[in-house]
Design a protein around this ligand. Structure first.
Ligand code: THU
Length: 151
């Protein structure tokens, strides 16, 4: 795969697998995220809730923190996000899930470091529909490293 190409179907599929590992006993809402890098590789995350509710981590944030630990925050090309309420046989529903405001800001750090806009593909836990955005659509006029004289 060429750098900056992305494969929405592969991302959504990987995000759905990751959503299967969501730890979401409080909301019963499973989210999976899959991040595609310039070399085509995919790193995933799932939401990670806490009994102290406000400490819960979103799937996108978990995936990006993993990438940071691998030194690859600059290499993000695209992100797939899926989610749905957890039923007897896993997450359900076809409504696309888009990143929360905090995650948008965290994705922006990767976009600025990599000097590229990031494609964001959103889907439900089930179904074929995929909605595509760019980070610049979801977080216009973002505050970022440049405001602090960096990146
Ligand atoms: N959640 C995510 O993981 N990503 C989002 O972009 C939206 C919300 C999680 C947080 C919480 O564990 C559950 O979904 C319900 O809000």
């Amino acid at each position: 795969m060429m750098p900056n190409d992305s494969d929405p179907k592969a991302l959504i599929e990987a995000a759905r697998v990751a959503a299967g590992n969501a730890y979401a006993p409080y909301s019963n809402f499973a989210v999976g995220a899959a991040v595609q890098l310039t070399d085509g590789s995919i790193v995933t995350g799932a939401n990670f809730e806490n009994a102290s509710y406000g400490l819960s981590l979103c799937a996108e944030t978990v995936a990006l923190a993993t990438l940071n630990a691998q030194g690859r925050l600059r290499d993000v090309v695209a992100i797939g996000v899926v989610g749905g309420m957890i039923g007897d046989h896993g997450a359900t529903g076809t409504a696309p899930v888009s990143p929360c405001g905090r995650c948008r800001q965290i994705i922006n750090e990767a976009a600025q470091l990599g000097k590229r806009d990031i494609a964001i593909f959103c889907a439900g836990a089930e179904g074929d529909a995929i909605v595509e955005y760019r980070l610049s659509d979801l977080l216009p006029a973002a505050f970022g490293p440049a405001d602090l004289g960096l990146a």
